[in-house]
Design a binder for this molecule. Structure first.
Ligand SMILES: [Zn+2]
Length: 275
């Protein structure tokens, strides 16, 4: 029943939660954070570029902020490293991954191979409900754009591509794409040209229009062009290391509503790693 699972994931992602669920989530926030919760906070900080590539993820600072042992912090850092979002350097500690120019080119080459073919399959099986859910995702992107919230736009653009993959209900594919999308976000953080826009919302809307009509060949070409547009917005040159106040950023993020933080990390595809 892959289609049913995909429907559920779309609804859970794009619909606001009930007040009761929000209350439960708020109560949960007052308990010591789980490893998954710590992971979400750090992951959100990285994906939305509060913690830019190259930032040192100091174990002591993380343990203090989350009020947990360094052993538990290490478990989370290991998971981030396993997903190529952080790197662990011997005798130096953990850092937010900073993709090299070659890695950036490799990730985009992989996405050019993967995403257009995936979109073709999505066009062949997407349901009207899934089309509607994708349109709701685009509406949220537009709202973030109107509000000038660049960080939300980065997150929602990534969400769009992951939700597209979720239509197929293929956990191996979703997991693979999730890693590539996360790495794409890091690449954009490092290499985006000033003033450039990585994912154009009108292009997402065009992709969904073509999917709704089942135009598999046209959507394949549109996706190829979309990825080329993101690639063109990059400036692939080597840059310096950022300076970030890790404690301050994480404390600010810890005030955010938990339901906002990357629900899709809870999907089965993320399990079996270090959960
Ligand atoms: Zn996009």
């Amino acid at each position: 029943m892959a289609g049913t699972n995909a429907d559920l994931s779309l609804d859970r992602k794009c619909s606001p939660k009930s007040p009761a669920m929000t209350q439960v989530a708020n109560m949960a926030r007052r308990l010591p954070p789980s490893d998954a919760s710590i992971y979400k906070q750090i992951y959100a900080g990285i994906m939305e570029h509060y913690l830019p590539p190259g930032t040192k993820l100091t174990e002591d600072a993380l343990a203090q902020v989350f009020k947990v042992s360094r052993t538990r912090v290490r478990t989370v850092l290991l998971r981030l490293a396993h997903e190529n979002i952080a790197v662990l350097q011997k005798n130096r500690g953990a850092f937010v991954a900073k993709p090299s120019v070659k890695e950036a080119r490799d990730v985009f080459a992989a996405r050019r191979l993967l995403d257009p073919g995936m979109a073709t399959h999505v066009a062949e099986r997407i349901s009207p409900e899934q089309v509607a859910a994708l349109r709701r995702c685009i509406a949220r992107e537009r709202a973030a754009h109107r509000a000038g919230d660049h960080r939300a736009m980065i997150k929602l653009s990534a969400d769009f591509h992951l939700e597209l993959a979720a239509v197929l209900g293929n956990e191996a594919l979703t997991g693979f794409l999730r890693e590539l999308v996360s790495r794409t976000s890091l690449i954009i953080a490092v290499y985006e040209r000033p003033g450039a826009s990585s994912c154009r919302r009108d292009e997402h809307a065009r992709l969904v229009d073509l999917l709704a009509k089942g135009e598999a060949n046209a959507v394949k070409e549109a996706m190829r062009q979309h990825l080329q547009g993101i690639d063109d917005a990059l400036m692939l040159v080597n840059l310096g290391t950022p300076k970030v106040n890790l404690r301050r950023v994480l404390r600010e993020l810890s005030w955010r509503r938990p339901e906002y933080l990357y629900e899709w990390t809870e999907r089965p595809v993320a399990k079996g790693r270090l959960d």
